[in-house]
Write a protein that binds this ligand. Structure first.
Ligand code: SF4
Ligand code: FES
Length: 337
C-alpha cells in the first residue's frame, strides 16, 4: 500500500486512492476544498481546480516534483509522494486566484440567495476572496428559468461544476439537461424545452454547490440558519427514505438528503420524500442533525432543546409548535456538533 505525506502528515492508503481521498482520511486542515468532486458521483472532479495541491516529490521511484499544481481529486497517490496543501503559500495564493476566477461571473448576491449559509463558494470566498474584483468586462447574466415544477435554475450563479449533470446521468433515467456550448459561452440547459421530471430529479438541488439550482418550494421561505435540521426516516419504496427535515416554528419548510461533513449527499432521495412529505407526522424523527460547529447553520441550535422538541412530538403525536423547555446543559456549547 502506498504511503503519502500531506502537509507533513504521513498516511498509508489503498492503491488507487486520490490525494483528496487520502487527505480526507487524515481529516482537518489538511483537506483541500472541493467544489466539483462528489464522492457519490462517478467521474466527478477535475473541473473547478479549487482542490489543487503542490506535489513536492512525485514518488520514491521518481522523486521529481510535479511542475504545476495538480487537482487532488484526480491525482492518484504514488508511494513516497510528498504533497503540500495549506503549508504551501503559493498554493494558498493560487487557490485565491481560482476563487477570484469563479467569482468573475458569480454574483455576490448572498444576502438574497437561498443557498447562503450552506454555499461552498460563499465559504471559499470568505476564506480566500478579496473584497473587490479586478474584472472590468461585462459579466455573463441570464434570466432565471423554471426547470420543472420544483426546480429554479439561476444560471448566473452556476460555476459549471457538472455535478447536476452527473447526478441526472447516473441516478435518473432519461437525462434531459446538460452543458451546452463551450468556453465562456457554456451553460446548463434543458434541451427542446424539456423539464427535469423524474422521481429523483430533486437531487440536482442537493449536489449544486452554489445557489444555481434551488428548491422552488423553499425559495425565500427562510434563511437556512433560522431553521433547525433534524434527521428523520420513513419506509419509502423508492429510496432509502433517510432525510433531513428543516423545520421552523414547528413547520417543515423543506426536506433534503442528508449531507456529510464535506457537504456531499449521503444517499439520494426520491421526489415523493422531498416534496410530498412535509408533515413531521410523515416521518420517524431520529434527532438533531450533526452540524459542523463552524457552520452558521449551527447557530443557536442546542442538542437538548431539539431533542426534547422531537421527543415531545413523537410521544404526543403533536407534530408542531410545542414550546420547548431547555434541558440541563442545553446551553453548553459542547452540545453543538
Ligand atoms: S447548476 Fe449547480 S450543480 Fe449544475 S453545473 Fe451549475 S453549479 Fe454545478
Ligand atoms: S474538486 Fe478537484 S477540480 Fe474540482
Amino acid at each position: 500500500m502506498p504511503k503519502v505525506t500531506i502537509d507533513d502528515i504521513e498516511i498509508e492508503v489503498p492503491d488507487g486512492t486520490t490525494i483528496l481521498q487520502a487527505a480526507r482520511m487524515i481529516g482537518g486542515e489538511v483537506v483541500p476544498p472541493a467544489m466539483c468532486y462528489h464522492s457519490k458521483l462517478k467521474t466527478s472532479g477535475g473541473y473547478c481546480r479549487t482542490c489543487i495541491v503542490k506535489v513536492e516529490k512525485g514518488s520514491e521511484k521518481d522523486p521529481r516534483p510535479m511542475p504545476k499544481p495538480v487537482p487532488s481529486c484526480r491525482t492518484t497517490v504514488m508511494d513516497g509522494m510528498v504533497v503540500r496543501n495549506k503549508t504551501a503559500p503559493d498554493i494558498v495564493e493560487a487557490r485565491a486566484g481560482i476563487v477570484e476566477f469563479l467569482l468573475i461571473n458569480h454574483p455576490l448576491d448572498c444576502p438574497v440567495c437561498d443557498q447562503a449559509g450552506e454555499c461552498d463558494l460563499q465559504d471559499l470566498a470568505y476564506e480566500h476572496g478579496k473584497s473587490h474584483s479586478r474584472y472590468d468586462f461585462q459579466r455573463r447574466t441570464f434570466e432565471k428559468i423554471d426547470i420543472g415544477e420544483h426546480i429554479k435554475l439561476h444560471m448566473t450563479r452556476c460555476i459549471l461544476c457538472y455535478r447536476c449533470v452527473k447526478t441526472a446521468e447516473q441516478i435518473t433515467d432519461g437525462r434531459v439537461h446538460g452543458v451546452i456550448y463551450r468556453g465562456d459561452a457554456a451553460e446548463i440547459s434543458t434541451y427542446i424545452q424539456n423539464v427535469i421530471d423524474n422521481d429523483f430529479s430533486g437531487n440536482v438541488i442537493d449536489v449544486c454547490p452554489v445557489g444555481a439550482l434551488t428548491d422552488r418550494t423553499f425559495r425565500f421561505k427562510s434563511r437556512v440558519w433560522f431553521t433547525k435540521p433534524v434527521d428523520a426516516h420513513r419506509d419509502c419504496p423508492k429510496c432509502s427514505g433517510q432525510v433531513r427535515l428543516w423545520e421552523k416554528g414547528g413547520e417543515v419548510l423543506r426536506v433534503t438528503a442528508r449531507k456529510d461533513k464535506y457537504g456531499e449527499v449521503e444517499s439520494f432521495i426520491c421526489n415523493e420524500c422531498r416534496y410530498d412529505k412535509k408533515n413531521a407526522s410523515d416521518w420517524v424523527i431520529e434527532g438533531p442533525s450533526k452540524v459542523d460547529r463552524h457552520s452558521v447553520i449551527g447557530a443557536n441550535h442546542y442538542e437538548n432543546s431539539v431533542l426534547s422538541a422531537t421527543d415531545d412530538r413523537q410521544q404526543t403525536g403533536l407534530p408542531h409548535g410545542k414550546k420547548v423547555e431547555l434541558g440541563e446543559g442545553a446551553l453548553n456549547p459542547n452540545n453543538i456538533y
